[in-house]
Design a protein around this ligand. Structure first.
Ligand code: ZN
Length: 208
């Protein structure tokens, strides 16, 4: 997803729960995953290239950093780990066909509004049909250039990130579902983390 959307998702999901300083660190750590160094060779940061197991493991790895960091007084380290894992969790909805599969259940009928999306449908999460966009370099990069996009897209396979992504509203009405699913998933990730913390540690994590 584009940086502005990751930021808005975090503010919507955590704005009432986190203090401004903690939220600022979470946002920066989340957005840093899309730096050039985080884009190349790090499918697990973004659920790219069907790296489902790796991306889930990456979320787990960051989750496991949080409590020890809080216990040893490294609060910023805990905030940064949480920020990184929210990026991966949010990209799942923008880079996989989860939203497409969820919406296909309503084929021929009006689907529920985007805020009704279920971000954690067990059947879909375990579906053998779950896919995420493949990065076909260098064509993928050229497709990001607005003036080139319409010439490059027909040359890229349909299972690509370039075709499948829901990174911005430009990609059509499914974006709103990816956005709302990412908001709910971000709250869920916070609840998962908080469930393993003492009330004092949760307060430290939220910075409130
Ligand atoms: Zn990303």
């Amino acid at each position: 997803m584009l940086a502005a959307h990751h930021r808005n998702i975090l503010v919507q999901a955590l704005g009432d729960t986190f203090g401004p300083r903690a939220l600022g660190v979470v946002v920066r750590a989340n957005l840093r995953q899309d730096n050039l160094r985080g884009q190349i060779g790090h499918d697990e940061y973004h659920f790219d290239n069907n790296a489902f197991a790796e991306s889930r493991a990456y979320i787990e790895t960051n989750r496991a950093i949080i409590r020890p960091a809080l216990e040893s007084g490294h609060i910023e380290k805990a905030w940064a780990a949480f920020g990184r894992l929210t990026h991966t969790a949010q990209d799942f909805y923008a880079h996989s066909n989860y939203i497409t599969m969820w919406l296909s259940r309503f084929d021929g009928r009006t689907p529920p509004a985007p805020p009704e999306v279920d971000p954690l449908d067990p059947e879909l999460l375990a579906s053998p049909g779950l896919r995420s966009g493949v990065l076909y370099y260098p064509l993928e990069l050229l497709s990001y250039v607005p003036a080139l996009k319409r010439f490059i897209l027909p040359l890229i396979p349909r299972d690509s990130h370039a075709w499948m992504n829901l990174d911005s509203p430009e990609q059509g009405p499914k974006f709103d579902y990816a956005f709302e699913a990412a908001v709910k998933r971000t709250r869920h990730e916070f609840e998962q983390v908080a469930a393993r913390l003492s009330p004092q540690q949760t307060t430290a994590l939220t910075g409130k």
